[in-house]
Design a binder for this molecule. Sequence first.
Ligand SMILES: [Fe+2]
Length: 593
Amino acid sequence: MKILGISGHYHDSAAALVVDGVPVAAVQEERLSRRKNDAAFPLGAIEWCLESAGLQPADLDAVVFYERSMLKFDRILTSALRSFPRSWRSFPHAIRNSLGEKVWIRGIISSHLGVPRDRILFTDHHASHAAAAFLTAPTRRAAILTADGVGEWATLTVGQGTRHDGGTGIRLDREIRFPHSLGMLYSTFTAYLGFEVNEGEYKVMGLAAYGRPTMMEQVGKLIRRTADGAFTLVPEYFEYQTTAERSYSSRFVDLFGPARDPYEPIDLESAEGRRFADCAASVQRVLEDVLVDITRRLQRETGLTDLCYGGGVALNGVANARILAESGFERLFVPSAPGDAGCALGAALYADRIYFRNPDRDVPDHPFWGPAVDAGELARAAREDSQVVDELDGPAMLERIVDELAGGGIVGWMEGACEFGPRALGHRSILAAPHAPEMRERLNRDIKYREEFRPFAPVAPSEACGRFFELPTGGARLGRFMSGVFPVRPEWRNRLAAVTHVDGSARVQVLERDMAPRLHALLEAYGRRTGIPVLLNTSFNVAGEPIVTRALEGYSTFRRCGIDMLVAGSTIVKKKRTASPSASMQERVASWA
Ligand SMILES: [Fe+2]
């Protein structure tokens, strides 16, 4: 059976194809259209998924959209009417922006793909999140938690999933409904702190490490805990439920002070800068506390050892680590794409297992479902551009790349199929030595143009991770897709300064050999040279652009920024250096060996 899942029309459009119960292709529209967070109907992604599997739309047994658009329409209409007359101006805006053509989605899918209308199905938004988390995890029975901004009405659900030969069950028992939403609470602070919503939440988490949670009492005024373990938000402090203009109210500003001007850099030396950092730390702590309470209760109720967790809030690696440490669950599974893009895959899997009742299948435990890189394409482009191209393989190639990294060079690394989800997990990465803080500055200055307070992440082979990072039980699993933030062992913090955050933590990717063998081999080779098999791993893109997909995009990025060496398969392109690598860097690396 061939099932296409689609998410889109809000942000992060994507398509995923499931054939005979197993994913064969999944990609976000932005990776093909090259428009970051592309929300358009994912025609490019759909075409690529079908083409890569040699299918025509007519071959599809079903097309599944990741949410029920009429319910979302109902929510927007009801919210607007409830707050009448204040919201009357925002209603057409909300309909246009948040809903768009969504209510007509069946007609759109049918006309774009030529698929009969009766083959088009819909899943609940949070059922898609739940399926993306549970049906891709190597577990047969687990509690399920989903948390995001909002789907149709639900913003957080808890339930259980079971997989056995007789069939698959996903049961979401309870839900918290809009406007009460942990995702919206966090996004409100994202906006207040001057960052872009749905994009800047990482920045709030990064900034939180610089602050102290001194405003928890104030944040506590916004959210009320209920006796059944849930919460409600206090509407007077928010405006997102009534207008698209602003998410926080003037009472919110009375409580926390003036909002940050997005165009002013945050000066952490100033009282104002510290206030923003404390604000971030406070909302971060409250988010963690609520999630820990909810998951602790869920663990007690279900008595299960595994928790599968999806939705955009599951991108918060600091909160995830606390859930793992404090909820009582032994293993926490967060998929590589817990956000709405991942719902394309979740919706297709949900339809396969639950709607069509197809037999249970194990889903391969990796995130590499996108277009593959063509090393030949890189070689051709670089030669036409009069660059020096080398074709190497095996140990000689690894040694060449290690020479570059240990000498302070920055390497663009492309390998196989690209990742499904927002993080580079070893197939579209920028790699660099993780030791000196100057590397962080150089990456920010020459490539990423990011705020200082956003840390870079390390990747390390699973066998060696425990030497450098304090991984709790279950931590390696959470680190598989970079979903947890853990302490760097104090004795290594100086030597891993480029990847250690100000609070001594790191969002480490724990790399098993079978998931990305070539990167694993490179880490080992780097370890043999320097004594430290750890590299800085950041997504292969420059600010404002999606992660590169094809070799040509990698090459174009390489030519436009401070990357020194580009690798795809066995092809290596080396940029001519304007200055030699700093001797002090080489000496320092040598001295650690
Ligand atoms: Fe969502």
